[in-house]
Design a protein around this ligand. Structure first.
Ligand code: ATP
Length: 344
């Protein structure tokens, strides 16, 4: 399958000499939900704005639907953007807000209205057509913004943190709705977020960015279980970073003296997720550690321990079933087979 969008070696330096994008290569497949994920300032919006055509790169090419659009003006690109602030026209009804785009491109009013009503139905707002924006909730207004973006049936939708203004519960519901809508429309989404849980919940593939570069592109499972770099490992979820040493042509986890068969001669660190460390009260089971802090989060508990020089985080399902107390000595076991070796 050919990519719908191909970004080939894009670089962008702002006028203050800040290099916001560094040699970005990225393909987006038809019907794919791709997320740009990274901390504030890593270049997500700059990349999205360059794809939308509001910024021009210094070098590199953008090919969309087999056409080079690198220098095509934004309004001539057959794609749409949904921004964080929805900017609806306050004096126009909902249906008029959605019709506005097609009408501007010359679609007759009756057909534009028909398309707008269909788009409103797709986002679950049938029956709201004649209301004014001030008569809708935040989530409903965001859905109008979505309807406006899909009314022209673009093959690609760009979404810049569209859910970040919503409260957590509504945000979770909208994540599922957005994903369902994307599957129903079978169009590609490029979604920007700095929230790793949101990225994991929605995406077919995640692009992890850091300081203007791509650190890793992969499925949620890949970036979580096999992070390419320490940055990715630490950005996606909680993690333990453990030192290793090499001895007798074998890599060993220093804290527990366990061999690490999946390591190679360059391995310097081992990344272990908190759910891959277990706690026992029996001294036969592993290495002694002291409980520093326990946080009960309802569905699971987090235990923050110290084993010699090492800080260790452990996650276990459910409550604190061993009734551990701060200050208590326990014994930890590390599931090395699940750990990810890193070169530094
Ligand atoms: P956030 O999650 O905070 O929106 P982001 O990953 O989208 O961040 P960008 O908005 O792409 O980041 O910004 C990338 C870098 O470029 C930042 O360091 C920012 O300060 C800088 N930057 C953005 N716009 C400009 C500009 N117009 N002129 C100079 N520097 C800019």
């Amino acid at each position: 399958m050919k990519p719908l969008l191909s970004i080939q070696g894009i670089n962008k330096t702002y006028s203050n000499n800040y290099r916001a994008l560094r040699d970005i290569h990225l393909d987006v497949m038809p019907g794919e939900f791709l997320t740009l994920l990274g901390p504030s300032g890593c270049g997500k919006t700059t990349l999205l704005t360059t794809i939308a055509g509001f910024l021009h790169p210094d070098s590199g090419r953008i090919v969309y639907d087999a056409t080079d659009i690198t220098y095509l003006p934004a309004h001539r690109r057959q794609l749409n953007t949904v921004f964080q602030s929805y900017a609806l026209f306050p004096h126009m009804s909902i249906v008029k807000n959605v019709m506005y785009g097609p009408q501007r491109t010359g679609v007759p009013a009756a057909e534009a209205k028909q398309r707008a009503l269909e788009a409103l139905e797709l986002v679950g707002l049938e029956g709201f057509a004649e209301r004014m924006p001030s008569e809708l909730s935040g989530g409903q207004r965001q859905r109008v913004a979505l309807a406006r973006a899909i009314v022209n049936k673009p093959k690609l939708l760009l979404l810049d943190e569209p859910l970040s203004a919503l409260d957590l519960k509504l945000r979770k519901r909208m994540q599922m709705e957005l994903k369902a809508l994307q599957e129903k429309l079978a169009i590609s989404f490029i979604f920007v977020t700095h929230d790793q849980e949101e990225a994991l919940a929605m995406s077919d593939r995640i692009v992890v960015m850091n300081q203007g570069s791509i650190e890793q592109i992969g499925t949620g499972d890949e970036v979580y279980s096999q992070p390419a770099t320490r940055f990715v490992g630490e950005f996606i979820g909680d993690v333990n970073i453990f030192p290793v040493h090499h001895h007798d042509a074998q890599c060993w986890l220093t804290a527990t003296h366990q061999p690490v068969p999946q390591a190679n001669a360059q391995t310097q660190l081992l990344l272990v997720r908190p759910e891959d460390v277990s706690i026992s009260l029996d001294s036969k089971d592993g290495v002694a550690a002291q409980v520093n802090e326990i946080v009960n989060l309802g569905s699971h508990s987090m235990f923050f321990l110290r084993a010699g020089e090492l800080e260790v985080t452990v996650r276990s399902m459910g409550a604190n079933t061993l009734h551990l107390q701060s200050g208590q000595t326990v014994f930890i076991q590390i599931n090395v087979s699940k750990a990810c070796p890193l070169e530094g």
